[in-house]
Design a protein around this ligand. Structure first.
Ligand SMILES: Cc1cc2nc3c(=O)[nH]c(=O)nc-3n(C[C@H](O)[C@H](O)[C@H](O)COP(=O)(O)OP(=O)(O)OC[C@H]3O[C@@H](n4cnc5c(N)ncnc54)[C@H](O)[C@@H]3O)c2cc1C
Ligand SMILES: Cc1cc2nc3c(=O)[nH]c(=O)nc-3n(C[C@H](O)[C@H](O)[C@H](O)COP(=O)(O)O)c2cc1C
Length: 561
């Protein structure tokens, strides 16, 4: 999108010239502006009998005044016959020149049509100037790029439509979007879906449709910036509306700016909104202004985390959840194995064999698309040999999990792999702590298989010791035996015999050891429920003085849902 506009500005003049001259040449071709032919006639010679004397061509006065650059063509006299002349075509006229003394015997100015025709041809083809020919070549390559980028932008606009369940007057959460090309709507839609799934009344509208109702409690403003610090078209009237709006109650708001640091006024419009809304007595900020550069999922998730904490609703903080589906490549997978489903936690393990060569690592995600439903479901995967292995919790009435649960050995499914580069095992032998609960163990089992020499400790939490947990324990024990795993501890929350029930309690118990590993550059990876993530991170925050440093060094990595 950025290059669509940037290159568009740069090649505007050449493209305009190409199209104008092209149009003109077509009109000439179809005889709408017919080119006029010039027939020069030499006057009758005075003295037919006398043989003219041949002067030096170099001394011809007429030739001395003609510049080479103005000459289009020269027809030389066929023989030294006085009736044969030089016929010279210049850019603006034609001449007939006596071959003996150089006098111009006839001359005619081209009509305007012919001059324009020549000019158009030269400008359109770059015939007369190498530099102009290069400019034209670059402009033509740009045209091909615009065809591609224009398609991509249109597809994105069409994909990101607003889907509402409650109308604007019923909603407590009013999500407002200012977007030119639809990508910001995509982010807002993902927040809308989650608020609705938590039973909240939310409505998503364009920023220009802003209005407060008796029920509005929170404004979530997703504002991109266009032009140079300006509002997108569907948000350009908001500030006027805001000025006229009053409320007798306090209304909370949060603003997320979408923009690009390629522009001098990064998130300029979001900043203007913030300045204006601050002046309203009824408006209470929930958070500072968050800025998202070039649709960065990581930037956006920063806001999601902060917002999720403040409203006490678990929102998905895995960046991949907010990725656009784009044209994800679907592969065929055959079910190699599917375990029985646990009675208690309803978890089961699924092993899939890809039909061809599929490149993935433990920690990546498998995306499936249940029929009659456009929402994709993501599952954290481990790599076992060339197989994909995942642990799924069966949700009653859950479309995706039921679909996977109903598979039989030998069935085939179509699914995409979404790489999750921030959640892979380090290539170096970095000491690593893996913390999971429930289904979150799947990528870690794969990482243990992939591990070469890194000292790894696993902390896993489950509900009961059920058949699947026994299989997992066996795999952990085997990994420890063959040196892939240093140590592991498991917490069972519903098991009466075990004192430490939750995985965060295991982390707290070993906090001295864990802090040492992190202080020495180790990595801690968390996979599983968002609630568990919060507890574990809470324990680290409380106990590790260098917690902030670990975070900024990317030593704490998570894939939670
Ligand atoms: C990054 C990421 C990684 C993930 N990794 C895993 C993983 O490794 N393992 C795993 O199991 N999950 C994982 N998930 C969650 C997974 O993507 C799905 O969200 C989960 O399987 C539920 O999907 P579903 O289609 O079964 O349920 P949905 O059809 O999406 O339904 C969602 C919920 O609504 C309930 N529901 C649906 N319809 C009704 C109805 N009519 N009445 C009442 N309730 C209803 C369902 O019971 C379910 O609880 C991950 C998610 C993300 C974002
Ligand atoms: C023509 C144009 C002008 C832009 N001007 C700015 C700008 O001034 N400041 C900024 O931060 N981002 C600017 N951007 C970047 C967009 O705000 C950013 O790509 C945003 O994610 C687009 O969101 P949308 O797809 O919802 O419209 C500009 C983008 C385009 C195409």
């Amino acid at each position: 999108q950025y290059y669509h506009v940037f290159l568009g500005r740069l090649s505007l003049v050449p493209i305009l010239i190409i199209s104008l001259t092209g149009t003109y040449l077509s009109l000439v071709k179809f005889n709408i502006f017919p080119e006029k032919k010039i027939e020069l006639k030499a006057p009758a010679r005075a003295n037919q009998e006398e043989e003219p004397e041949q002067k030096q061509v170099a001394t011809f006065a007429s030739f001395k005044t003609i510049k080479l650059k103005d000459i289009r063509s020269v027809d030389f006299p066929f023989a030294d016959d006085p009736d044969e002349y030089y016929k010279i075509k210049l850019t603006d006229r034609e001449l007939m020149v006596n071959q003996f003394d150089g006098t111009i015997v006839a001359s005619a100015q081209y009509p305007m049509v012919n001059i324009l025709n020549t000019l158009s041809l030269n400008l359109h083809t770059g015939k007369t100037s190498t530099i102009w020919a290069i400019v034209l070549t670059l402009a033509t390559i740009n045209i091909l790029f615009f065809i591609y980028s224009g398609f991509v932008i249109t597809l994105r606009r069409r994909r990101n439509k607003i889907k509402n369940k409650y109308n604007i007057t019923e909603a407590e959460y009013l999500l407002l979007v200012a977007s030119e090309n639809g990508s910001t709507i995509h982010f807002a839609n993902h927040i809308l879906t989650q608020l609705l799934s938590h039973g909240e009344k939310a409505h998503l509208a364009e920023l220009n449709d802003f209005q407060l109702s008796e029920n509005t409690q929170q404004l979530l403003i997703f504002a991109s910036t266009f032009g140079l610090g300006d509002a997108p078209t569907n948000g350009n009237n908001f500030l006027n509306k805001l000025e006229e709006t009053d409320s007798h109650r306090a209304i909370e708001y949060t603003i997320i700016g979408f923009g690009s640091t390629n522009y001098p006024d990064f998130c300029g419009y979001a900043k203007r909104i913030e300045e204006e809304i601050k002046t309203k007595e009824w408006a209470t900020p929930l958070l500072p202004l968050y800025k998202v550069n070039d649709r960065s999922l990581t930037d956006f998730v920063e806001w999601v985390k902060a917002y999720s904490d403040i409203i006490h609703l678990p929102l998905i903080t895995s960046p991949n959840y907010y990725a656009e589906i784009n044209q994800r490549k679907l592969y065929s997978f055959t079910v190699a194995d599917i375990s029985a489903t646990n009675e208690g936690d309803k978890n089961f393990m699924l092993t899939l064999t890809p039909s061809g060569n599929v490149d993935f690592s433990s920690g990546d995600l498998l995306a499936i698309y249940p029929e009659n439903n456009e929402k994709e479901r993501l599952y954290s995967i481990g790599k076992s040999g060339k197989n994909v292995r995942l642990v799924v919790k069966l949700h009653e009435q859950g479309l995706g999990s039921s679909y996977l649960n109903n598979l039989k050995k030998g069935d085939t499914i179509k699914a995409a792999i979404q790489s999750n580069n921030g959640f892979h095992l380090d290539k170096k032998q970095t000491p690593t702590i893996l913390v999971s609960n429930g289904t979150g163990i799947a990528p870690f089992l794969g990482m243990l298989e992939e591990n070469k020499d890194a000292p790894i400790s696993v902390y896993a939490g489950f509900r009961n010791k059920e058949p699947l947990q026994l299989t997992i324990e066996q795999q952990l024990a085997a990994a420890k035996n063959n040196g892939k795993l240093k140590d592991y501890t498991i917490a069972y929350s519903r098991d009466a015999d075990i004192s430490h029930k939750y995985v965060y309690e295991l982390v707290e118990k070993d906090i001295v050891k864990i802090t040492q590993i992190l202080d020495n550059g180790g990595v801690l990876m968390i996979c599983g429920a968002i609630a568990m993530h919060k507890e574990v991170v809470g324990k680290l925050q409380q106990n590790c003085p260098n917690f902030e440093l670990y975070q900024s060094n990317n030593q704490i990595r998570s894939d939670c849902y």
